[in-house]
Design a binder for this molecule. Structure first.
Ligand code: BES
Ligand code: ZN
Length: 633
């Protein structure tokens, strides 16, 4: 169990934090690392104070037949004078050889696989080498990669491949130090089948269609010249097309989705402007989006310059573009200032959820933003209840609770953003916004810890107002269980009107009396999640027919409806449920369905196992593992 440290002690620890810089500064000095105890990452084998990776150069062949990537990773190394080895993270990689930059063989040892998450340590003898080159091949089961057959794409004719690095999956395709506190610049060459296009979270050096190779394949080259935590290195290969949306933004996706995506995300340039006006310049050049097939396990992933998005947010009414605002906001909170370890992931997700809401407010006004915030409050309360009395953690998690596992880390988003909203309320927008902009600027391209943030806040914002300290309850928010009593619950008038419909329906009113025309996803969710968990079959049939729930084209609506259907063992919805869980891989939408089934003591677990057996091959390895865990497998 994590021990809570007294604030004074935390302050002292942070003061001892020394940025470790290059002894002789190269052209651009490597990003600093934190060396204080609370910044120690237990999810890496790396010993960055001894030797660390500052740049990664990948040269890889993408083989859709064997489901492998093969080639080399050349790492620039910054080592302490006394260091004799460098320790890297690898997972399920077949290592052919290790050399220095000139091709001289370097001795190495490959440790045992510690567990399925962590992978193993690759320890290389440096013998003075400034570069280490690893020749390797990935496993077809690499946990960062999902290889999709043509049937699972929109176009249905060509295969697709993408990577998902967060939290610690990239070690299954890149042998490097896979810790969010060790920033690295990088470059890559990917060789892919001649009829496919490769994109990456970086600057494109080889044009939209790459370079044709003599053997018919195409080579695509990329470069990221800003140091990033390695979980943000990402790529996708597929039959991809591009549509520009603004001078520095556009969307990549398969042809059948291109116009729909362009319509849904039309406001993205305005979002970039609003975000920059709030918290400082957008520092990454372009902001493009990649709309993936429905198997993508997340709502979105903030890969720099190229946000990855689930197609479930494309509902035609732009009501789920809060996800775009969220991933864009990570360009500051997460990608500029990064959680030093995954135990501090609320620094990424809580800040981003707060910032996302401010972007939505700037574009669409207070009421729309209130709708998202109010729903998040509901989610927070449900999550806290679901945790039971035993475990109501604070913001920083025990190291064993790695963010990214289903059912965990949700409070990072909701409690984290409510923490910041409370601060906004106490300090006033003007002072708070100015502080936050300066915080991102002063810590740009650096890792951060919870203690580091609190110290910074006390030094830069609280210093003029020491009388506020008691009022804020900073340490309770950051380290204690539950929600302090100064939390601000933003309420939406639009959702209050949905509540009136709910009340009427619960009192026996007819479905026909509910006018759902023009309802956004958020109104649907408030309604469906607000329905009593016990309904008669007749009432369920009335809902399903009257509101077209099983066959809704909105995946959020379907998921919330299936949850209710499962709670009532309402079998007429089950064929649509089976189709749904075999098609949609987004964790947020499918985990609750498996969890709901597992709670149905008599018939549920068997049904869950049946659905999972049929759908398993369509899930990303991370999602499959998550569901297996829910099923107790
Ligand atoms: N960085 C996360 C996705 C993630 C979380 C990947 C944990 C791996 C482990 C991303 O920014 C995110 O939060 N996505 C959300 C959407 C958001 C609007 C709440 C999601 O996937 O639902
Ligand atoms: Zn996020």
């Amino acid at each position: 169990m994590r021990k809570l440290l007294a604030p004074a002690l935390l302050g002292a620890l942070l003061a001892s934090t020394v940025p470790v810089q290059a002894a002789t500064a190269p052209a651009s000095a490597p990003a600093p690392i934190l060396t204080s105890p609370e910044a120690k990452d237990v999810w890496t084998h790396a010993e960055p104070e001894q030797a660390r990776v500052t740049h990664v150069a990948l040269d890889l062949d993408v083989d859709f037949k064997s489901h492998t990537l093969a080639g080399t990773a050349t790492l620039d190394v910054l080592a302490a004078p006394e260091a004799t080895t460098i320790v890297l993270d690898v997972k399920d990689l077949a290592i052919a050889r290790v050399t220095d930059g000139q091709g001289k063989t370097l001795a190495y040892t490959l440790g045992a696989k510690d567990n399925d998450d962590l992978g193993s340590a690759l320890t290389v003898r440096l013998e003075g080498a400034k570069q280490v080159r690893i020749t390797y091949r990935t496993s077809p089961q690499a946990s960062a990669l999902q290889w999709l057959p043509p049937e699972m794409t929109f176009g249905k004719t060509k295969p697709y491949l993408y990577s998902q690095g967060q939290a610690i999956h990239n070690r299954s395709w890149i042998p490097t130090q896979d810790s969010p506190g060790i920033r690295q610049t990088w470059e890559a060459t990917l060789r892919v089948p001649g009829d496919l296009v490769a994109v990456m979270s970086a600057e494109k050096l080889s044009g939209a269609t790459g370079e044709k190779l003599p053997d018919g394949r195409r080579a695509f080259r990329f470069r990221m010249d800003k140091p990033v935590p390695p979980y943000l290195i990402a790529f996708a290969v597929g039959d991809l097309k591009f549509k520009a949306l603004g001078p520095r933004s556009g969307v990549w996706t398969e042809a059948p989705m291109l116009d729909k995506a362009a319509h849904e995300f039309a406001d993205v340039e305005k979002m970039i402007d609003a975000a920059s006006a709030l918290y400082g310049p957008y520092r990454w050049g372009r902001y493009d989006m990649l709309l993936l097939p429905p198997a993508f396990p997340y709502g979105g992933m903030e890969n720099p310059m190229l946000t990855f998005l689930t197609p479930t947010i494309v509902t035609g009414d732009r009501s789920n573009t809060d996800v775009v605002a969220h991933e864009l906001a990570h360009s500051w909170s997460g990608n500029l200032v990064t959680n030093a370890t995954w135990s501090d992931s609320w620094l990424n997700e809580g800040f981003t959820t707060y910032f996302e809401n401010r972007i939505m407010e700037a574009l669409y006004g207070k009421e729309r933003a209130a709708m998202y915030a109010d729903l998040d409050w509901d989610t927070m309360m449900r999550d806290i209840e679901g945790m039971g009395d035993a475990m109501k953690p604070g913001m920083t998690a025990a190291p064993s609770r790695l963010h990214g596992n289903p059912g965990e880390g949700e409070l990072d988003y909701t409690k984290g953003s409510n923490f910041l909203r409370m601060l906004e309320t106490k300090f006033g927008r003007q002072a708070w916004d100015a502080y936050l902009a300066s915080y991102f600027d002063r810590h740009a391209f650096q890792p951060q810890t919870t203690a580091g943030f609190l110290k910074d806040l006390r030094e830069h914002l609280l210093k003029g107002k020491p009388e506020l300290e008691l009022d804020l309850q900073l340490d309770r928010w950051a380290y204690a269980a539950g929600i302090p009593d100064n939390a601000v619950h933003v309420k939406s008038a639009t959702l209050a009107r949905v509540d009136e419909r709910l009340t009427a329906f619960k009192a026996g009113g007819p479905v026909g009396a509910i006018d759902t025309k023009g309802w956004s996803t958020q109104q649907w969710l408030r309604f469906l999640n607000g329905l009593p968990r016990e309904e008669t079959p007749a009432r369920l049939a009335e809902l399903d027919k009257g509101l077209n729930l099983s066959n809704s084209e909105n995946a959020y609506v379907q998921s919330a409806w299936f949850e209710l259907a499962i709670a009532n063992h309402y079998e007429p919805a089950f064929p649509a449920l089976a189709d749904y869980v075999g098609r949609i891989g987004r964790g947020l939408l499918v985990y609750p369905l498996y969890k709901g089934l597992m709670q149905q003591a008599d018939w549920g677990p068997a049904k869950a196992r049946e659905l999972f057996a049929a759908a398993k091959d369509t899930y990303h390895p991370e999602t499959a593992t998550g569901i297996a865990r829910i099923l107790g497998e």
